[in-house]
Design a protein around this ligand. Sequence first.
Ligand SMILES: Cc1ncc(C[n+]2csc(CCOP(=O)(O)OP(=O)(O)O)c2C)c(N)n1
Ligand code: SF4
Ligand SMILES: [Mg+2]
Length: 295
Amino acid sequence: MSEATTTPALKPKDYKGRLPPVWCPGCGDFGVLAAMQRALAELAIAPEDTVFISGIGCSSRFPHFMNAYGFHSCHGRALPVAVGAKLAQPERTVITVGGDGDGMAIGGGHFLHAARRNPDITYVMMDNEIYGLTKGQASPTSELGLKTKSTPFSNEETSSDTPLNPLALAIMAGATFVARGYSGKMKELVELTKQAIEHEGYAFLQVISPCVTFHDIYERARAQQKELVPEHDPSDKVAAITAAMGEPFITGVFYQEQRTTLEGAQANLVKSAEAGLDRGMAATAAAIRAEAGLQ
Ligand SMILES: Cc1ncc(C[n+]2csc(CCOP(=O)(O)OP(=O)(O)O)c2C)c(N)n1
Ligand code: SF4
Ligand SMILES: [Mg+2]
């Protein structure tokens, strides 16, 4: 009997962790979790083949609520941990999860460098434009002049903190799949999550995921959310950056390209080193001298 007939189809509930989510009722992150569980079930990626890696924040508690391998790491350090996990076990599906503070403030350097190396991992950033876990400080994606616990005197005249644009940064840094979803739009979010996971290379998915307790942007998101125009061409980098710099609640796939992955490049490096060993030391030294024009 074939394996397909003996293996029962996976269901979203198969990915539910033993711990129930501890998020505030109404938090956007519930939608992201549900979309992820549906996406993995539809892609039939088994829980034991999946690894979730997060930093620190409300959103970074995500791995606890999944039935999969998980690592709740350090603030801003989820991406290097995820890249290490992927290099060690390339056969697993590695998914990084976290918040705007984790990814764009303390993790800002890793955000750029992970993208340019194109590891075959997915990064889902739950963007609520605030630090939720620490009770409402401004984040790098907070709108200009937002008054928060860490910016109590802010308004558009007393603040110069221009928000970062995660989508535009990801495209410029070299991410090969860049998309935005909204936690209140489940069907589209499931599709975007599936596409991000299926993409071979570094996939960045920003999800507008409102914090109902410290900075409720639901009203703004509901009023302004719309999909990318159907004629948008995700292979056109300039068009993708232009769209990313436009209205903030547009959802869809902004950019996609195929490029050598980090794991592919590393495998080639190992092959070329092994070929060098096979040639022997003297032949390798001669080849290096010839390459450098020294003989
Ligand atoms: C090294 C370090 N610095 C600061 C903190 C405090 N801290 C914990 S979570 C957080 C920000 C979380 O914001 P975000 O990543 O947007 O997640 P959210 O809670 O909004 O989902 C900060 C500053 C920490 N835990 N570790
Ligand atoms: S504080 Fe905000 S981000 Fe954290 S769980 Fe509550 S609603 Fe969600
Ligand atoms: Mg946040």
